[in-house]
Design a protein around this ligand. Sequence first.
Ligand SMILES: Cc1cc2nc3c(=O)[nH]c(=O)nc-3n(C[C@H](O)[C@H](O)[C@H](O)COP(=O)(O)OP(=O)(O)OC[C@H]3O[C@@H](n4cnc5c(N)ncnc54)[C@H](O)[C@@H]3O)c2cc1C
Length: 428
Amino acid sequence: MAIDSDVLVIGGGIAGISSALAARQAGADVRLVSEAETTLHHASGLLDVLGYHPNAAGEGPVVDPFDAIADLPDSHPYAIVGESAVRDGLALLDDALGEAYQGSYTDANALVPTHGGTVKPTARYPASVAAGLASDDREMVLVDFERLTGFDAGVAADHLAAAGIPADTSAATVEFPIVVRDDAKVTRYAHLLDENPTVTVEGRERRVRAALADAIEPHVGDAERVGFPAVLGVDHPAEIRAELQDRLDAAIFEVPMGPPSVPGLRLEDRLYAALDDAGGRIEAGGGPIVGFDATEGTISEVYLDRSGSPIPYAADQYVLATGDVAGGGIDSDREGVTEPIFGCHVPHPTDRYEWFDEAAFGDHDFAEFGVVIDEMLRPVAETGDPEFSNLRAAGAVIGGYDYPAEKSASGVSIATGYAAGRQAAREA
Ligand SMILES: Cc1cc2nc3c(=O)[nH]c(=O)nc-3n(C[C@H](O)[C@H](O)[C@H](O)COP(=O)(O)OP(=O)(O)OC[C@H]3O[C@@H](n4cnc5c(N)ncnc54)[C@H](O)[C@@H]3O)c2cc1C
């Protein structure tokens, strides 16, 4: 007997979660299955809608993504789902994330400093990042820790100054109060700050957060803001920031870093909790969906591979949210580029040398590989007809846009996830 639901979402990244939340909101019985733990804990935690216009190479960041959406080509996922799905999808996520995220008060992009000292245009950002915005002219000091890799405060401060941000920026390196192994994961620092154990520093017993503030205090000077690597707790980030703010008498912010990412972990926790609260059923890490049965263009069942045993899952409607090559939703080899579960059509040049540009930052075809969708978000065959009547796609498995270049990854995942989830629920 197959495990049943109205809507089955395949993929546990931001597109899959947005689809499942939207389908639940529309009243469907929803199940989300995902092969691996999600990719969210690698992500920066920033939710970009559109940072750069795809047709305006070399131009600066987009000020208002909603103004720019109207100029996108018809094949772009935003053009297919329409501006209202982008807004409604973001509103759904705003509800799920509550006070942990900011940016919803304006359509304009915020400018967030990153660990490399670049400034990233983004639509929503963790509350922990808010005091660090590059548009703020308050003096700041960036802090890194002796053994922590992945964030060099001096380099970031130099780059931010060179980028011309309006704030004076300096940097300091301090010893973290507990000696952490050279190759420790960022989560080790975050858990120590969550747990706040007692340490002995120069013969004096101090809690870790207090000892860290003591080490930083001499470097603060007149700065009104102190920026930390994004390791300020997984479970109690607001409490940790508040304590450091009191002790240092300065606003505290985190600078997003590369993977694995503590803000990404928090985002994952919040979104999965929101889906659970909404009554969605979640099965992550149980194995991949590897096959399906279909009759006359309608999928009847899919099969999850649990340690070699195929487990059938049946639904009225399916959402494919398996990501691109990084997520496992698109595959490529010498023969070509494929969508591995349903074999949906993925347009690509037959000559593999045309997949990429010789310049590293050139116009690479492979960045846009993915399924082509119709206005109902159904993947279509080469003929333009839907591959299946009850399959929709959401997120990075959809092709036709270059999200790393235009900085639109989460926005497209949220908007197409929202639209696919709503439509699937309506037809279930
Ligand atoms: C390092 C990194 C940094 C990022 N930084 C940003 C950023 O700064 N701003 C921003 O907006 N976005 C960022 N993103 C992108 C964002 O988090 C999403 O990855 C992107 O929007 C695509 O989401 P998705 O849900 O479509 O796919 P993915 O996130 O790739 O999720 C696909 C899911 O499908 C599952 N899956 C794949 N195949 C199967 C199968 N056969 N059966 C079952 N499950 C399957 C995978 O396990 C995965 O959980 C970043 C991502 C990464 C990895």
